[in-house]
Design a protein around this ligand. Structure first.
Ligand SMILES: C[S@@+](CC[C@H](N)C(=O)[O-])C[C@H]1O[C@@H](n2cnc3c(N)ncnc32)[C@H](O)[C@@H]1O
Length: 397
């Protein structure tokens, strides 16, 4: 077992920065690097993220709807813009305490999404569980981050993960957004009985009997008098009273000839919440690391590339699920500013914190292009024509 008291001590030592806010001057506005409309509440902060969050805490505590964290993965590499060669223990503690710090800034229905790869995901999951509570864990998303085969290793590693935690997982499941209906899903709806409520699809009316109540076992009598009992090991999804009501309301389908097993009609018009997000995110839907790198190279031709950007489509999906227009999004490992770019395009407010000089040379430079109507990434999808702005701050020592 890890010694959690030393974790707490470490966390305390890292949060004991002088607390200030935008007015008291610890975050120094840099007009020259700010751009577009002022007063948008969008911020890029150049500084170490724990210190920056200590400064920002009083202003944003309880206000962050969605936090995206993309820490260095401890790959052992020295990238053009930052080193990724920390030791395991130090790295694990650093990242876990930052998740905890971000956690304290979330709204009651907020969530935090942490990107990580196969090498550290299991350690990080346990460490974060310990710091914020295992009951706050929502799911692990698996993202297909490359589509080409890596032949130099025993296995071609083509995916990485996102750990998702919510302040209140039950509330999150009620308030999170669904995904847009795909044509494929829409094509599964039809209107076999000219129902005035529009297209529908039928789904099973029986469920596994493992946790069933006695009231779920009964005989359904179809409108034509035919009797139906649930298959072995199954029971009806509703009790008899509710099922009779659903039949009376025309919500149960007995097949075109009325002789089929009862099934529930699910209407397209009732699926306003959209599709329930799945945990497997494919490259064709949310892009790959290569897509993201090419996008950045297009934005800065001839410049040294930023090695580890995330694709905008990945962030667009996260923000779609976990936030709404106007909500505040936080990214304490801002890198090339992908989260900020997508937040602008999707009308979210954002705070991005980045320790490296590339806060100015890459992230802010990219966001200037976005404000001016840059057309890469998810711009087409979002109908982005430019606008908005951001303020740039340097964290004073
Ligand atoms: C994997 S990259 C993030 C990439 C980003 N998601 C993107 O799409 O461009 C990690 C970033 O975190 C920054 N970073 C690492 N430790 C930090 C810290 N303690 N405070 C602020 N930034 C940090 C690194 O400089 C690097 O730019």
């Amino acid at each position: 077992m890890e010694d959690l008291t030393s974790w707490d001590a470490l966390e305390r030592s890292r949060t004991e920065y002088a607390v200030g806010d935008l007015e008291t001057g610890l975050l120094v506005p840099v007009k020259r690097l700010s751009y577009g409309h002022s007063g948008t509440e969008n911020c890029v902060v150049h500084g170490e993220n724990m210190a920056a969050m200590a400064c920002l805490g009083p202003s944003i505590s309880g206000q962050v709807k969605c936090a995206y964290m993309d820490p260095p993965y401890r790959t052992g590499e020295r990238f053009t813009h930052y080193d990724d060669d920390a030791g395991h223990e130090e790295w694990l503690r650093d990242v876990a305490v930052r998740v905890k710090r971000v956690w304290e800034l979330l709204t009651d229905d907020g969530s935090v999404w942490v990107s990580i790869d196969d090498n550290e995901v299991h350690y990080l999951k346990v460490a974060v569980d310990r710091l914020i509570g295992r009951d706050k864990f929502v799911t692990t998303i698996t993202w297909q981050q490359r589509t080409t085969r890596e032949n130099r290793k025993a296995f071609s590693n083509n995916h990485e993960y996102m750990l998702v935690y919510a302040k209140n997982p039950r509330r999150f499941s009620q308030t999170r957004n669904g995904l847009a209906m795909t044509e494929d899903v829409q094509s599964r709806y039809a209107n076999h009985d000219d129902d005035p409520r529009g297209p529908w699809q039928s789904v099973s009316a029986n469920v596994q009997a493992g946790h069933a109540a006695a009231s779920q076992f009964y005989v359904i009598t179809a409108p034509n008098g035919r009797k139906h009992t649930p298959p072995n090991g199954r029971c009806w999804v509703y009790n008899k009273q509710r099922m009779d009501l659903e039949i009376a309301q025309g919500n149960i389908w007995f097949g075109k000839d009325g002789l089929g097993v009862p099934r529930l009609k699910k209407f397209l018009s009732a699926s306003r919440r959209g599709l329930t997000p799945e945990t497997l995110w494919s490259a064709k839907d949310v892009g790959t690391n290569d897509h993201a790198k090419k996008h950045i190279q297009n934005l800065f031709p001839g410049e040294p590339p930023f090695d580890t950007p995330k694709p905008e489509a990945l962030l667009a999906r996260i923000l779609q699920i976990a936030s709404n227009p106007g909500d505040l999004v936080l990214d304490p490992y801002f890198g090339s500013g992908t989260t900020g770019a997508v937040a602008l395009k999707a009308s979210r407010r954002f705070i991005g914190i980045e320790a490296g000089e590339h806060a100015a040379t890459v992230a802010a430079a990219r966001l200037r292009q976005v404000v001016d109507g840059e057309q890469g990434g998810v711009s087409g999808l979002m109908g982005w024509q430019g606008g908005g702005g951001f303020d740039f701050f340097r964290l004073s020592k």
